[in-house]
Write a protein that binds this ligand. Structure first.
Ligand SMILES: [Zn+2]
Length: 412
């Protein structure tokens, strides 16, 4: 295991994590929040300082840069996202370094009740002696995905300082709004100009992911009949009652996120708003196979139709919108980027594992747009919450794997 990069990775993550760059699904702008420019502008400056070329910040909020090749070869892209998850407080992150973790429970200065325990988190138990980074208990850490940003910046700085290392051309992209599914727009594949790419947005050491969910969103709108309740007998149709009937009729003991794992998909009710005259229900539908995804959409629409049939005076619509697709559909036709990442992981003495991601990455969309983009581990753990943590040594291993990817590709 290399120790060369530990201090740099630690310094970078501590610096980046303290910068609030949370995204916001309810904002229509791109990027969704102005504060993401604090990260994007900083990275643009840092890339120029380390001598990267073609450093640009696009009008759609992506920082792009080139590390010129020293030998001919395919152009490899490396991506990480600058936004942090909207699900938990991300303002005022106070990163903390625990040097040489002793293997015991970890407590947090800003929340005395909170305990990160190796018995609850077996992966933590394997990190005794490592240097860990956590937040203070009041916020998430944002290692998702500032660990990815730190790893890519460290790799870039190392390659630019060592022109004797043989490499083909490398393109770097730091994207906004990954957490709200808006990180990859239609212009990015062309602007990135990579033959294939990797996102640095995975967790356990050794994980090389090339399967994500296929994902749809659904909005159910229920319009009732609104009348003064004093004169409502046999006239009023309450949209709230119909909405709750739909929710009650959908499976709850199966096919929900809280009752599924592995390769099972789900229907997840995410949002319920409105009043007696109109209600809106929002769902996300997930499955690894298209047939399974379509079946979930059909089930939801059938439940809506059944409730509609029970009350013809109401109007119920169910609208399904595609979000992203399992990147395996494209990657299994061209497994070379996955095989290269597997070989690079093995070159670091680690057995690669490829398990399906119960979510999506920027790579899901990028792969669909024609740039094969598997996902490489960073070490991040317990993401999107106050116990989020990462091992500096795991980040160093990820940096070594990226450098091996570059070197192995140049040797071919
Ligand atoms: Zn992420």
């Amino acid at each position: 295991m290399s120790t060369d990069f530990n201090q740099e990775l630690q310094d970078r993550l501590v610096h980046y994590a303290a910068i609030d760059s949370q995204s916001d699904a309810d904002s229509p702008s791109a990027p969704s929040t102005e504060i993401q420019f604090d990260m994007l502008n900083l990275l643009k400056t840092e890339l120029n300082e380390i001598g990267a070329q073609d450093v640009t910040l696009t009008d759609y909020g992506v920082v792009l840069a080139t590390i010129p090749g020293t030998v001919p070869g395919p152009t490899i892209g490396f991506l990480a996202h600058v936004d942090t998850a909207p699900q938990f407080n991300a303002t005022g992150v106070k990163p903390r370094v625990i040097k040489g973790y002793n293997g015991g429970d970890i407590t947090f200065p800003d929340d005395p009740e909170l305990v990160l325990s190796p018995t609850e988190h077996p992966y933590l138990a394997t990190k005794q002696g490592h240097d860990l980074i956590t937040a203070s208990g009041a916020t998430l850490l944002g290692a998702d995905d500032k660990a990815g940003v730190s790893i890519i910046m460290t790799m870039a700085r190392h390659l630019l300082n060592n022109p004797d290392i043989q490499r083909g051309p490398i393109r770097i992209a730091f994207t906004p709004d990954e957490e709200i599914g808006r990180g990859v727009g239609p212009q990015l594949p062309k602007d990135l100009g990579a033959d294939f790419a990797y996102t640095l947005d995975g967790s356990d050491v050794g994980e090389i992911e090339y399967e994500s969910f296929s994902a749809d969103g659904a909005v159910v709108t229920i319009t009732g009949v609104s009348i003064h309740p004093g004169w409502a007998k046999e006239k009023l149709v309450n949209a709230i009652h119909l909405a709750s009937k739909i929710v009650q009729t959908l499976p709850q003991a199966t096919m929900t996120p809280e009752t599924t794992d592995g390769r099972e998909g789900f229907i997840h009710a995410t949002d319920m708003t409105g009043g007696s005259s109109e209600m809106k229900l929002k769902f996300i539908l997930r499955d690894f196979e298209m047939e399974g995804l379509e079946a979930k959409g059909e089930l939801l629409c059938q439940v809506c139709a059944a409730v509609q049939a029970s009350e013809p005076r109401a109007s119920i619509t169910c609208e399904i919108t595609p979000q992203y697709r399992n990147m395996r559909y494209w990657l299994e036709k061209n497994m070379a980027p996955v095989k290269l990442a597997h070989a690079a992981t093995k070159a670091q003495g680690i057995e690669p594992v490829s398990i399906p991601i119960r979510g999506g990455t920027d790579g899901s969309r990028l792969t669909e747009f024609g740039v094969p983009t598997p996902n490489i581990f960073t070490g991040m753990q317990c993401i999107h919450g106050p116990k989020e943590w990462i091992s500096v040594q795991d980040m160093a291993t990820a940096t070594d794997v990226c450098l091996s990817v570059v070197q192995l590709a140049a040797e071919k």
